[in-house]
Design a protein around this ligand. Structure first.
Ligand code: A3P
Length: 272
């Protein structure tokens, strides 16, 4: 689903594939697809459509392989890619640094409790005999001990993962995008994104409309499609109803980690 923008640059130079200057590194189930699709509307940004998984899975294929996965760009255009597993994979920060120590990285974050339920919902959609959420979230069904090794929980301890990244990169190289804001006010979030990426303000209010059937913002005109476009059926799914007591225990578990994230990033994401 690659797209070369139609507009020729003034210089008349040819497009070529380049290594990314910016990455969406995470976080899974926080709105990374929405962010990528919104960014791809911008004429000065070109992004690979699928997740490339270079830094976590295919690193041994080398930078030349990686470059060839990127869409062709003209000089001055920004090349991007999103693979949410980068954020939580141990060796990735070091590898990204080896490619480009000045790279810009975007991280979408969302209330980790909602994220955990979203992650679980996705996993259950792929597995028929999935246990209940609460049987997986706690070390044994009846105890109140949160199982921190369970993916849907572990990934939501954002500060832990961020701290690993901060051993290699300064905070200024990351932009934190609120997954909640991306739904309630995508245009405002895109102002921050475009400023951070150093591109002109292009994607704005007039690119979005609220699709009342889907209950999410959709694009009036997406890259490579002639008309309006919402994300697919697997984005913005209904979640199973989880007992309030279970939600409360998870909130308590995440609270101190969220507080540290707010402190380190200087952003209060306002999670309950
Ligand atoms: P749910 O499906 O659990 O609601 P990712 O793309 O990182 O996997 O994130 C998926 C989540 O993006 C969805 O989780 C949904 O809440 C969120 N999202 C944000 N903006 C969206 C949009 N415009 N359309 C659909 N989902 C969106």
């Amino acid at each position: 689903t690659e797209n070369v923008h139609q507009t020729e640059p003034k210089s008349g130079k040819k497009a070529k594939r380049r290594l990314p200057q910016a990455l969406i590194i995470g976080v899974k189930k926080c709105g990374t697809r929405a962010l990528l699709e919104f960014i791809r509307v911008h004429p000065d940004i070109r992004a690979a459509g699928s997740e490339i998984h270079f830094f976590d899975r295919f690193h041994d294929r080398g930078f030349e392989w990686y470059r060839l996965q990127m869409p062709p760009t003209f000089e001055g255009q920004v090349t991007m890619e999103k693979t949410p597993s980068y954020f939580v994979t141990r060796d990735v920060p070091k590898r990204v640094f080896q490619m480009n120590p000045a790279i810009k990285m975007l991280i979408v974050v969302r209330d980790p409790v909602e994220r955990a339920i979203s992650d679980y919902t996705q996993a259950s959609s792929k597995k028929l005999d999935m246990k209940n959420f609460e049987d997986l979230a706690f070390i044994n069904g009846s105890s109140k001990l949160v199982d921190t090794t369970w993916g849907p929980v572990r990934i939501g301890v954002y500060i832990r993962h961020l701290e690993r990244w901060l051993r290699h990169f300064p905070l200024s190289q990351f932009l934190f995008v609120s997954g909640e804001q991306l739904i309630t006010n995508p245009a405002a979030e895109m102002v921050r994104v475009q400023r951070f990426l150093g591109v002109k303000q292009f994607v704005s209010q007039q690119h979005f409309y609220l699709n009342t059937t889907k209950g999410f913002p959709c694009l009036l005109k997406a890259a490579g499609s002639p008309g309006p476009r919402c994300l697919g059926k697997t984005k913005g799914r209904n979640h199973p109803l989880i007992k309030m007591s279970v939600i409360q225990l998870l909130r308590e578990f995440f609270r101190p980690f969220n507080a540290r994230l707010y402190q380190v990033t200087g952003i209060n994401f306002g999670w309950p």
